[in-house]
Each structure stands twice: as C-alpha cells, then as structure tokens.
Design a protein around this ligand. Sequence first.
Ligand code: NAD
Length: 355
Amino acid sequence: MFDTVDFDNHEEVVSVSCTRSGLRAVIAIHSTALGPALGGIRCWSYDSGMEAIRDALRLSRGMTFKNALAGLDLGGGKSVILGDPKTARSPEALRAFAQAIDRLDGRYVGAEDVGMTVADIDMMRDVTPHVAGTSWGASASGDPSPHTAEGVFLGLKATVRAATGSDDLTDARIGVMGLGSVGWKLAGMLRDAGASLLVADINVPRTVRAAAHLGAEIVDPLRLPFAEMDVFAPCALGGVLTRDFAESAPVRMICGAANNQLATPDVDAALWDAGKLYAPDYLVNAGGVINVAAEAGGEYDAYRVSMKVREIGETTAQVLATARSEDRPTGAVADALALARITAAGEEGERLLAP
Ligand code: NAD
C-alpha cells in the first residue's frame, strides 16, 4: 500500500473483516487536519483487495480537498465494502461494518455512496452515531441532490459572469448531460433563469419527458459535448472532459455535477490553454456534502446549509479570478486553495505537503 501512487501520507487505513457475515471492507482516513474525516461508503465488486484499497486511498484524498474547499471543518475519508452490492450488504454485514466505524470513535463519519442506500445508513445509525445522511430523526439531512443542483447552478452563474461580465442566462445555450437526481433539477433552474437547453441522457424515456417539460432540444449523448453551446454541464458520469474535447469542442465554459470530469489530470491545463473556462467539479458539486455535513455536526439547520451552499458561487468566482490573474489552470488553483486551508490548520496540514 505504501508504494502505490494513491498513497498520500494517509493518517490511518483500517481493514475490516467479519467471518460470520463475510464482510470485507477498508476505511481510509486521509486527513483529520480540519476535523473528523467525512466521506461516503462505497460498495463495489473490485477485482482485487488491492484495487479496493487504492480506490479508498484515492477517494479519501479527494474528500480532504472537497471538504476543505467547501469551507467545512471536516477532514477527508472514504470507505469501501468489497463485493456485489446485491449480496454484500446483508444486515449482519452492515452491522459489523457500523461497529468497525464506531471503533474509530468519530475520526471517520460515513455516508451513502455508490452501491449503498439511505436505508443502509438508517440501519447503521442504530449501531453507531458516526454515519450521516439518514432519512428520519430530528437531524436527518435527507436527499442531497437539491443542494448539489443549487451549488452547481450558482457555480455556473459565477462561471458565466467570469467569462462574459454578466450572469444573465437569458437565451444562453446550455447542454445538460445526464437528467438524473441532480441534472433534472439543475435543468429546471436553468430553464427558469431563461436559458435555452440542450439535453442528453442514455435513458430515452426520461430524456423525452425532460425535453417536453423543459422545452429543451434533445441531443445524442455522444454528440452533446461537441455541440454548439455556451456552457456544457456534465451531470452523468466522470471522464467526459478529454484532450480531444479540450482541443476541438466549440464550447467556452464547463460547469456540472459529475464527479471526476477530467479524463486525465493533464486535461485541466489543456482546457485552460484552449481558452475554456472549467469550474472544478469537486468545488461546484459540494452542495450534497455540505448538506450531509450539517447532519454529521449533530444539528441539521436548513438555513445554515443554504448559506454555506451559496458560498460555492463566491469560491468559484475567486478560483476563476485567480486563474485568470495568475494564468493558471482552474483545477490547479482550486487544489492550491484547498491545500492552503488545510496547511493553515497547522502541523497536520504540513504532513500532507511532505514528499
Ligand atoms: P443519477 O444516477 O440520479 O443520474 C445520472 C443520470 O445520468 C441518469 O439519468 C443516467 O441515465 C444518466 N447517464 C448515465 N450514463 C450516461 C451517459 N453516458 N450519457 C448520458 N447520460 C448518462 O445521479 P445523480 O445523483 O444525478 O448524480 C449525477 C452526477 O453527479 C454523478 O457523477 C454523481 O457522482 C455526481 N454527484 C451527485 C451528487 C448528489 O447529490 N446526488 C453530489 C455530488 C456529485
């Protein structure tokens, strides 16, 4: 593990196994410099144990940066349960995993991620207080997607303002890729703001319904990134921003909810060199984690959540302005800003800068 490229001086990595339930899992705590390490619990059929460890290492590091940039007093962590989500999440296995999280005394707080459901988190909550994103109870934070959509909308307006001098979206051509929980809501907000929408989703009935509801033009999902439009909003899968996209797509701005939009890290610079303004994904899609963090803090306060989500627009404007004044790619600027906040927290942050 120490020799993989994904290892980044992680504070603590725990392997979990339970013979009775068949549970095998990994909890990676990257940093608690800013507070308890908050990050999702993923259930996935990995090809090997090492692949699972590497995923937990990589994703937990990403959460350190995401939580820091969102201005949360939380560190970064992530956990993975190895196995088919259809069979690996028995009540017994989830209870055993909740006990393992509980043994960390709050240094890691888990939430729903790929392959898990809110019902799973509800069940784990009976065993440990160190999970968040439950559906019931006084502090339940509920569905994160409206908050994610709101943050992306504010980030998108900040991006348009940075590029054009005005955030008026009237008649702006915006392509929304993926009309799921976040994309659908984002598209509605953009339509209400006067944008002219292009939509794409591999789910055809959903696309047809969205187009009728939004008065949008339907575009083939493979063609949407290269369509004539002002803003591209990826809200489906990651890896959609490639070198080819950077060099040949006519679009000027990119801002969407999808995680890990850059196909490879060098695309950040390629987008900048091509004159495309990219709002870093982990900055603008932080509304969901801001919402779940409010529950992890013990007292869910909807007003404070919405105030914090609003800061996404301000931070996006700050990142884009710095990128322009220093002539640096936007992703690199966002990373530096997050790292500055972590290092300002003291010794723990210094550790992350160690070679
Ligand atoms: P979702 O599963 O509800 O929706 C995804 C949609 O994308 C579906 O309608 C699916 O049919 C479509 N899709 C899948 N592959 C596609 C393709 N190749 N081309 C076009 N459409 C395709 O997911 P969601 O919750 O709306 O999340 C969307 C993205 O935002 C994901 O990358 C997710 O990780 C990220 N994200 C979501 C949240 C949240 O609060 N839900 C928070 C942060 C980041």
